[in-house]
Design a protein around this ligand. Structure first.
Ligand code: NAD
Length: 692
């Protein structure tokens, strides 16, 4: 047994050989783990004193999946299919003792065992499609033999993670053991008979497969892995097990190199890195128990729900009793919607809603460890609120604002404790959108930022830390993106063409449809506020202003960039076409045409260029944070990896050429970023850039 390598150990318990994996933090299937497992299975199979095998990941664990870093390198033996094949072929029974996550490759190992015992915290799932892959070690061939083709398509295409009870109900687990899982597995192993899923017939009847396929394709949006998964899973009905395995492996290896899988891997690492902020490594967050929200409008109500969902009791403060009652009604409506859609049970809805207490009494803020202000976007209103907050909040309370654009340093300066002030920029709808921009004013204490990051984690949000500037990371870049979409329209594209190009790129909705949905009045008010400060050398497209001035505020008024019918379906509107034509005529613009690709490249380049400026100024810590902001807050397609990643794939020299064209069209404010020019000149990329 000397051949077994370190992260995997073997111990004998009577006639049972126990294979234990110990590879922190989650027993990922690195090369050393694969090698250790293979050696251990072979050694125990050959040992005449061993009657049965148990595979254990230790307390609270099993095997959480592939080692994703290795996926960007050439495949290296032993391969996971070799390990799985050795377990499947083993003449002695093998029991999986699943105390924690058995996901991806970990689930495939479990499926090759003859008995799967789970602890109450077990998690099972073939989650590879989330990374743009399909299972590559038999998962697509064994799972349908266990649960049927329709169920396997649903589980694999959705990348669903099953808790112990659900895994038991579907048969992925044979039993859930409440007591000592490993002891039970060892006691049972010698009596287990071999039951190879690879030898089971495919369950008869394909009931529901077509419906499962239709559902999976609907959610697929640009993920080629979904079609591949469907194709390979369906092969179980037609081909021998070995043939199916070969099909699966070939598809897996091809997908591994796909642009989509690379982008999704990039985001996987970006998501883990975003919470790491230089200088905060050993800073402890402040304790958070009581939380409060000021302002119970669209955002305040959504934030209160998101906080209640995370387990907090929330005090929701409004201007007066009537507004407080209206705020509670918004909260109740948000929960009613979740109950109606089946996401929550009635009882859960009632219980969570009861966590939110509306009030007009500012004295109730004295108990809060954290206050999130979400009142009107107006500096005078916010300054007044922060002054009053300063007077009532307890020492050490974190004072946050959800402002979209306003200067955090000015807000902090009205208090006697600017070190406690931070931006917590949630996105609408705040209980759904994952992005939380944590905006760092100049004087913010490190533990306030650490507290914001800890809060994001507790709320299941994706934090991105931003410096204080107009629009922070997201809205700053979005403003340029929108400006150039309007320039394209004035120069000859129609709003429908721009939206169609963006939707073809992978956005769920084009930018003009999004503007109509959010309401055109907000950006209008902002443009008016800033009119005096605008650089006269910036090209100003006034079409959106004219829409607003005609009362076309978007969906809520039945018209904006589009016309909307009674059921909310949109169509091009001759009134808008006339406004656009007028605007072109005033500037003597001869409209030209743009292909979808030209529109996509122009807008992508503009975003990356503004992103480069934010990076150079230290507003964003890393390019991947900008990618996360757009993927989680602005509907940028995940399979494109975010604007900075996509710009790298386009090649920064080509991006510069596009930015130069955008500058020529857009004037001041659209100059090429020096950082972009330098990276392009040196043949480098945003991904490998770090601030000196
Ligand atoms: P809203 O108008 O829907 O709600 C504002 C609420 O604040 C109202 O209910 C109002 O009664 C209350 N309020 C105003 N002054 C108050 C005071 N002194 N004390 C207590 N309550 C007061 O606005 P909203 O869309 O929810 O936006 C709120 C904030 O969130 C703004 O700063 C906005 O920029 C920001 N934000 C909005 C969005 C969005 O998409 N709507 C997204 C991100 C951030």
């Amino acid at each position: 047994m000397d051949a077994v390598t370190p992260p995997v150990t073997v111990a004998r318990q009577g006639k049972v050989g126990v294979i234990a994996i110990e590879f922190a933090p989650v027993n990922a299937l690195s090369k050393a783990v694969r090698q250790g497992l293979l050696d251990a299975v072979r050694a125990l199979e050959a040992d005449p004193d061993v009657a049965a095998l148990v595979i254990s990941g230790g307390p609270g664990r099993f095997i959480a999946g592939a080692d994703i870093r290795e996926m960007s390198q050439p495949p290296d033996a032993p391969f996971l299919p070799d390990v799985v094949a050795a377990i499947d072929a083993c003449a002695k029974p093998v029991v999986a003792a699943i105390a924690g996550a058995a996901l991806g490759g970990g689930c495939e190992i479990a499926l090759a065992c003859d008995l799967r015992l789970g602890g109450p915290k077990a998690l099972m799932g073939l989650t590879e499609t989330r990374l743009g892959l399909i299972p590559g070690a038999g998962g697509t061939q064994r799972l349908p033999r266990l649960v049927g083709v329709a169920q396997a398509i649903a589980l694999i295409c959705e990348g669903r993670v099953l808790k112990a009870g659900d895994a038991l109900a579907l048969g992925l687990l044979d039993e859930v053991v409440e007591g000592d899982l490993l002891a039970e597995a060892i006691a049972r192993a010698p009596g287990v008979t071999k039951r190879r899923l690879s030898e089971l017939p495919v369950p008869a009847g394909d009931d529901g497969a077509e419906a499962a396929i239709a559902r999976a394709r609907k959610g697929a949006k640009g993920v080629p892995a979904i079609d591949e998964a469907i194709r390979v899973i369906r092969a179980v009905g037609e081909a021998e097990f070995a043939t199916g395995l070969a099909l699966e492996r070939a598809a897996f290896l091809a997908l591994r190199e796909s642009a989509e899988a690379k982008a999704l891997r990039h985001l996987f690492f970006a998501e883990r890195e975003a919470g790491k902020v230089p200088g905060l490594e050993s800073v402890a967050p402040r304790p958070l128990e009581a939380v409060a929200v000021i302002g119970a409008g669209t955002m305040g109500a959504g934030i209160a729900v998101a906080l209640a969902d995370a387990g907090f009791s929330v005090t929701l403060v409004e201007r007066d009793g009537v507004a407080a009652a209206a705020g509670l009604q918004r909260v109740a409506d948000l929960y009613a919607r979740q109950v109606k859609s089946g996401r929550l049970t009635d009882a859960q809805g009632v219980e969570r809603r009861a966590r939110v207490t509306p009030t007009a009494d500012w004295a109730s803020l004295a108990a809060a460890d954290l206050v999130v202000e979400a009142a009107f976007e107006d500096l005078a209103v916010k300054a007044d609120i922060f002054r009053r907050l300063d007077a009532v909040a307890k020492p050490g309370a974190v004072l946050a604002t959800n402002t979209s654009y306003l200067d955090l340093d000015t807000i902090a300066a009205v208090t006697s404790r600017p070190q406690d002030v931070v931006g917590l920029h949630f996105f609408a709808p705040a209980n759904v959108m994952k992005l939380l921009e944590v905006v760092r004013p100049a004087l913010a204490a490190p533990d306030v930022i650490a507290t914001a990051l800890a809060l994001a984690k507790k709320m299941g949000k994706q934090p991105v830390v931003a410096g204080n500037c107009d629009g922070f990371i997201g809205n700053r870049i979005y403003a340029l993106y929108r400006r150039h979409a309007e320039v394209l329209v004035e120069d000859g594209a129609s709003p429908q063409e721009v939206d169609a190009a963006l939707e073809a790129y992978g956005f769920a909705m084009g930018i003009f449809a999004v503007s109509d949905m959010s309401g055109l009045d907000i950006a209008y008010a902002m443009r008016k506020r800033r009119a005096a400060a605008r650089d006269p050398a910036e090209r100003y497209v006034a079409i959106a202003d004219r829409l607003v001035e005609q009362g076309r505020l978007g969906r809520k008024t039945g018209a904006g960039w589009y016309a909307y019918d009674a059921v909310g379906d949109k169509s091009a509107d001759p009134v808008v076409e006339a406004l656009i034509a007028e605007s072109r005529a005033e500037k003597a613009i001869v409209p030209r045409s743009f292909t979808p690709e030209q529109i996509q490249r122009r807008l992508l380049a503009v975003m990356a260029n503004e992103g480069a400026k934010a990076l150079a100024e230290g507003i964003a810590l890393r390019a991947s944070d900008i990618d996360l902001a757009f993927v989680h807050g602005y509907g940028f397609p995940r399979t494109r990896g975010g604007p900075m990643w996509a710009a790298d794939q386009m090649g920064l020299r080509a991006v510069v050429t596009e930015v130069e064209a955008a500058h020529a069209a857009g004037g001041a404010g659209s100059e090429p970023a020096p950082l972009l020019l330098a990276l392009a000149r040196d043949g480098r990329s945003f991904a490998d850039w770090r601030k000196a």
